[in-house]
Ligand binder design. Sequence first.
Ligand code: ADP
Length: 264
Amino acid sequence: MGLSVIKLGGSLLTDKSKPYTMRKEKFREIARELKESMDEMIIVHGVGSYGHPPVKEYKLYRGYTGKENLLNLAKTQSIVFELRLEFVRALQEEGINAMIFLPSSQIVAEGMKIKKICIEPIKRFLEMGMTPVFGGDIVVDTKMGYSVCSGDLIAAHLASELNAERLIFATDVDGIYTKDPKKDKNAKLLKEINLENMDELAKLTGSAFTDVTSGMYGKIETIRKYKNDLKNTEIVILSMLKEGNLKAYMRNMKDAKYTKIKIK
Ligand code: ADP
């Protein structure tokens, strides 16, 4: 089956509209579907309403601004850890050999790009049959002191460095639509988009899509940074809000819903 890197969005694991709310009732279901669909995998999760509120409140996105903010940074990491631990326990309860890897202990960034990652422990534990679990974190940054390292970035980086067979972004919508499907009922799901045709896509989806605050746009931009190293990787965006869709995609079933991201 080959290696899958799957990013589980913050929208899927938390309710982004309310600070510090996990969708705990979904964890076991998501874990079960992962167990039934995948063999060799790395899981990367977003931090959603666990990470964004403290990062905003303490302005951690600015990077190192002085020692007085370090305790806030430390506390933020512990808050996010509550989500990590809860989710990893659900994975383990469904029989996944889930093992927490902390980006802050493994990654060095340079201007919010991953410059170095300690890959050997990941490779070796994977070979043994473990499932490394990463999540968004704050990492040291040679330009900013420290910076936010998103789950999307970690997932794209790991998929390219480990030459993954597939890179899956699981979120709360079926893929990329012509408009934000939460705001526009007439939005249509795009079966495939080509990174080379971004201008066309911007026209199709309107200015909303190119708004930097839009989650989907950020994902595409992140994938674009790695496009030269992801040529052999199948990249899809799909929903895991309802059980069965990931399984359907993995089994090549006709009713699977997703958007495929083509590099060429
Ligand atoms: P996650 O936290 O799961 O990684 P994001 O919240 O960053 O995901 O991005 C997914 C969200 O992007 C969706 O919930 C959707 O409301 C929004 N979105 C904005 N524009 C679009 C679009 N054109 N197609 C699909 N989703 C869109």
